[in-house]
Design a protein around this ligand. Sequence first.
Ligand SMILES: Cc1ncc(COP(=O)(O)O)c(C=O)c1O
Length: 503
Amino acid sequence: MSAIGAGGQARSQPLLGGAAEPTLLEMSRTGRKAWSLPPCDVPETPVDEMVPVWARAEVPPALPEVAERDLVAHWSRLANRNYAVDLGSYPLGSCTMKYNPKVAEEVAGYPGFTSLHPCAPEDAAQGTLALMADLEAVLCEITGMDAATLQPAAGAAGELTGLLIMRAAHAARGDVRRRVLIPDSAHGTNPASVRLAGYDVASVPSSDEGLVDLAALRALLDTDVAGLMLTNPNTVGLFEREIADVAAAVHDVGGLLYYDGANLNAVLGVARPGDMGFDIVHSNLHKTFATPHGGGGPGAGPVAVTAALADYLPGPRPEWDDEDGRYCLVMPAKSIGRVHSHHGNVGILVRAFSYMVALGPSGLKRVGESAVLNARYLQSLVADRYPSAYSGPCMHEFVASAGPLKKAHGVRAMDVAKALLDRGFHAPTVYFPLIVDEALMVEPTETESRDTLDALAAALLDIAEVAERDPEALHRAPENTPVRRPDEARAARKLVLTWDPLA
Ligand SMILES: Cc1ncc(COP(=O)(O)O)c(C=O)c1O
C-alpha cells in the first residue's frame, strides 16, 4: 500500500516502524528527476549509428521519475529499518560478518581507482596492475600456493573456476574423470559448482566426531574421482585433524584437493591449505578480508593453485615485464579462459589489499587467533543450554543445537533466531549444516569485544529461560522489528520477482 497519495503529497504514516514503504515506481511523478548532466563535450553520435534496430525498444522502459530529495529519503527510511554489520554483532555462521575497518573503503574510493576504466590500456593502469600482482602474491603466501587469479566474482565463482582447472589438468593428460567428492556437511554451493562443471557429486559421510570419515572416503576413491572439495575448518567448525591422510588418499588415485576458503578466517596466518596438501584454493575476500559479505553485494573469490596447475588459470593476469619495466597482462599458456568480463571486481580487490597492508602479517595472524578465541569463549558461555553438535574444540564458529529446547518446550532453532532479533542481535545461521538437528551455527568473528560476546550469551540464555516458562512468546517473535515473521514457505512457493502495478 502506498504511503504517498495521488499527486505525491507527503505521507501521514509514521516514518519508521510499521508503515509500508512505497516503491520508487509508486513514488514516480512525471518530470521529477534526481540527476543532472554537464553539456556534452564530444560530438554526439546519432542514436541510429549506436543502437542496431533489433536492439531498440518500441516503448521506453517504465523507469521511476523521482526527485533526489525523495530518493534519498526513500533509501534512508529503508536503511533505518535494516540491520547491518556497522550496527552491531552479526554472528551469521559460515558468513564471517566481521566489522570492516573504514580504511579499506577510503582507499577503494581514491579517484585513481574509481575513475579507471576496466578497458584502460596497460600503460594507464600500472598502479592498479601492481596492486593486483601484489595481492596475488600475498594470497599465495597466505594460502601456501604458487599462482593465483583474481577474476572470480565470488566464492561460488571461485569453486567453478577451480573445478574447471581440475578438469583441464586431467584432460591434458587424457584422463577423463566423472566424479567429485564432497562431505555431507558441505555448503550448498559445492555440489552446485560440481554439477555446473559437468561432474557427478558423491557425498562423503562425516564421522561421529563431525570430521571426514577416512575409511568411508577411502572406500569411495578410485580413478574416476577427479577430486575432493573440503573446507578446513569444516562446516561444523572443527579442524580436520587427519587432513594429511585425507590428502594422501586423494592424491594416491590421481585426484586433486580443492579447498573451499570460506573458513580461511580461522587459520589466517597460522596454517596454510597448501601445507595441508591442497592443490586449489579459493578465498572469499569479502569474508576473510574486507567488504561485508551479505546483501548480495559484489564479492571476490580469487583462486590460487600449485605450480603444476598455474598454466590453467584464467587470464589475462598481471605480470612484471623486466625488459619493458612495466606490468603487462598475460594469458597463461593453457588457460581455461576468462571467468569475468574484465579483471574481477577490482574495488573489492583494493579493499582486501588495503586491509592486508593495514594489519600486516602479525595483525592477520591475530585475526585468526582472535576469531577462534571469541568463538570458544561464546561457546563455553552457552554450552549448558545450547549443546554443541560435536565435542571437539571449535575453531572460528560452533554449531549448537536447539534440539533439547525443541524436545522439552517445542521451541525450534528458528524461534531462537527470531527472538535474538528482538534482543538487538542478528541471528546465527539456522538449519545448516543439514547433518545437525535444529542447527544454530554461530560465528562471532574476531571483531566483537568481550562485552558484546557476554551480551550475546546473555540474550541466548534469556531465550532458553523464556522457552521454559512461555514458549508461545518465542513463537510470536520477532515483535519489535519492522517486518515480523514472514511466511517463508509461501514466499518460496509463490516467488514474486517483478513488480506489477496492478497486482
Ligand atoms: C562454506 C562456504 N562455501 C562457499 C560459499 C560461497 O561463497 P559466496 O557466497 O561468495 O559465493 C559460502 C558462502 O557463504 C560458504 O559459507
